[in-house]
Design a protein around this ligand. Structure first.
Ligand SMILES: Nc1ncnc2c1ncn2[C@@H]1O[C@H](COP(=O)(O)OP(=O)(O)OP(=O)(O)O)[C@@H](O)[C@H]1O
Length: 308
């Protein structure tokens, strides 16, 4: 199947010559959720703004549903919904009207049933007659999503959808995203919250300094780059690692009662030998725990590697 979004060698230099995108290429399949991770200033917003036609690219091409964003701007833009980072809403307008208005902007006729469906999906139906200014910050974000969905887009961009919202609302947002995916909407979101990408994305893209460092299926990425740790908890603390265990490159925690061993699941792990040698060294185990390195550790490693 042809990708719903196709980005080829996209470059953007701002006035003054700053290169915010240095040749980004990416294909996105219909119905997937892609999370774009990157530090501040990486170019995430520039990438989204360029695809959505808010920023003009210096070179390169983007097609949405086969429509070129420059030569077929209207057709391409019609397929896209954008939830911007900044909350920019008309404070005195009623929720329902602001969403209706967004639909009208795209040339669609009034469709109250559709608006009701969107407002209900976002738990805004009860607030439909409230003025926007009466809503909490989290609810305002939902209104932004409702507006972006009003013209029935097939691709939805969420630029930091949960920045500054509390944990509970963040989880609600994730549910909304999952429902949209189930309804067939393709979703591209940027986030600073790595746990957010870990929780909802199918694929992860890491962008830094205007370059896409990698794009990979989340589980494959975590399997490929992730390491595992085994924590050997001892009944009695020790002051130093016994010489018999020197070859393992172990770390002893501050309290002296946990030995941490890092291993790669793709190679021989050496766990059996380690546990034998721990017993041999006269240490008694209280418990053994394993832990997978998180996406956060992978991400920090990648971006740090890029800077050196
Ligand atoms: N209009 C502009 N003129 C000049 N430089 C700009 C402009 N907009 C963005 N930049 C620069 O381009 C780079 C990328 O910015 P962008 O907003 O795309 O980053 P981002 O990854 O979205 O960052 P954040 O996570 O902080 O929102 C930054 O260094 C920024 O200062």
């Amino acid at each position: 199947m042809a990708p719903i979004l196709s980005i080829r060698d996209l470059r953007k230099s701002y006035e003054g010559g700053f290169e915010a995108l240095k040749g980004v290429s990416l294909d996105i399949e219909e119905g997937e959720i892609l999370a774009l991770l990157g530090p501040n200033g990486a170019g995430k917003t520039t990438l989204i703004s360029t695809i959505c036609g808010i920023t003009t690219p210096t070179s390169g091409s983007v097609t949405v549903g086969g429509h070129d964003i420059r030569s077929e701007f209207r057709a391409a833009r019609q397929m896209i919904g954008l939830v911007p980072q900044e909350v920019a809403l008309e404070p005195f307008e009623k929720v329902v009207n602001t969403v209706r208005f967004s639909r009208g902007l795209f040339g669609y006729g009034r469709d109250d049933a559709r608006i009701e469906e969107i407002l209900r999906k976002l738990s805004l139906w009860d607030k439909r007659d409230n003025a926007v200014k009466e809503l909490s910050g989290g609810m305002k974000r939902r209104v932004l999503i409702a507006k972006a969905l009003a013209h029935e887009p097939r691709v939805l961009f969420l630029d930091e959808p949960t920045a500054g919202v509390d944990v509970e609302l963040r989880k609600d947002m994730w549910e909304v995203v999952a429902e949209l995916k189930a309804a067939g909407v393709t979703i591209i979101l940027t986030t600073h919250y790595i746990e957010e990408a870990e929780a909802i994305a199918d694929r992860i893209g890491v962008i830094s300094g205007g370059e896409l460092l990698l794009v990979e299926e989340k589980t494959a990425l975590m399997r490929r780059m992730g390491q595992k740790f085994i924590e050997v908890q001892l009944t009695e603390p020790i002051v130093e690692i016994p010489p018999g265990l020197a070859r393992y490159d172990l770390e002893l925690n501050g309290a002296g009662d946990v030995l941490v061993y890092r291993y790669d699941t793709h190679k021989r792990t050496g766990i059996t030998a380690l546990l034998n040698d721990v017993a041999e060294a006269g240490l008694v185990l209280r418990d053994v725990d394993t832990r997978q390195s998180s996406l956060e550790e992978i991400f920090v490693g990648l971006v740090a590697g890029e800077k050196t």
